[in-house]
Design a protein around this ligand. Structure first.
Ligand SMILES: [Zn+2]
Length: 255
């Protein structure tokens, strides 16, 4: 099946790749849903502007925890394989639901449908900062949270004007960035070969991208450890982690 999918990928006119959280679990970034034991609420209620205003302790700690993990993580062999395939002309567009920036850190480019956790910006003056700005300077803040002693500090306010900072991710209830969504939809409709990697296709409207590709007659490959609702329409289905499969395909296409 690897030889077969590699042959189809190599000869595709407009190959498009779509990635989700499963792309980054092998970089040591847990799908944050699996870490939700740390939080009383589900991410759907915590990752909102309402939560930022109503329960800033929970909101900021949730993002600080994720930002700390993000900058500790490194791209894996799957990110490297996709960057190499793109550099060799075998990926026309890479669309990602991830906010970790690992595709870019591997040397690739990505259309980021859900924004990025690599930067934060000021709610008052709009100034943008590296997201590490948001991390508390004093050690022990994660333990303080678990002990109920955590409070968001000055790091959560804009160094320029003192306004509140927010992560540059799409929060629940917010629309996708218009330009990114249009580009993703256009690329998906133009695809003749579409690869889903590490996404269970549970989150809309991002999960419309493979549907657009199928409507346009693209052949679909799915590389995901769990079921997706499009598995039955996939010409190639790898019920597996991402990095090993992508590295094997890369080997077959460009050596
Ligand atoms: Zn500001």
């Amino acid at each position: 099946m690897l030889d077969d999918v590699a042959a189809a990928w190599r000869t595709a006119r407009h190959p498009v790749v779509f990635t989700g959280a499963g792309m980054s679990t092998e970089s040591g970034l847990p799908d944050f849903r699996s870490a939700q034991g740390l939080w009383k609420q589900r991410p759907e209620s915590l990752a909102t502007m309402a939560a930022l205003r109503r329960e800033p302790d929970e909101f900021y700690f949730f993002y600080q925890w994720r930002i700390a993990r993000l900058w500790e993580a490194a791209p894996n062999a799957g990110h490297a394989a996709l960057a190499a395939l793109a550099a060799a002309g075998f990926v026309k567009r890479l669309i990602t639901q991830n906010v970790d920036g690992l595709h870019q850190r591997a040397g690739g480019e990505a259309v980021e449908l859900h924004g990025t956790l690599r930067t934060v910006s000021c709610l008052r003056c709009g100034a943008g900062y590296d997201s590490r700005t948001l991390l508390p300077a004093e050690p022990g803040w994660e333990e303080a949270y678990r002990a109920g002693r955590y409070r968001p500090g000055r790091e959560c306010t804009c160094p320029h004007c003192g306004g509140g900072l927010r992560p540059d991710v799409v929060l629940f209830g917010e629309s996708l960035p218009g330009a990114a969504w249009e580009e993703a939809a256009r690329a998906s409709r133009a695809a003749d070969f579409f690869v889903v990697v590490g996404s269970s296709l549970a989150v809309g409207p991002a999960n419309l991208c493979p549907a657009f590709a199928l409507e346009s007659g693209a052949r679909l490959a799915v590389i995901n450890a769990e079921d997706t609702h499009l598995d039955g329409r996939a010409a190639w289905l790898f019920r597996d982690k991402a990095a090993g499969v992508l590295a094997a395909i890369r080997e077959r296409i460009i050596g």
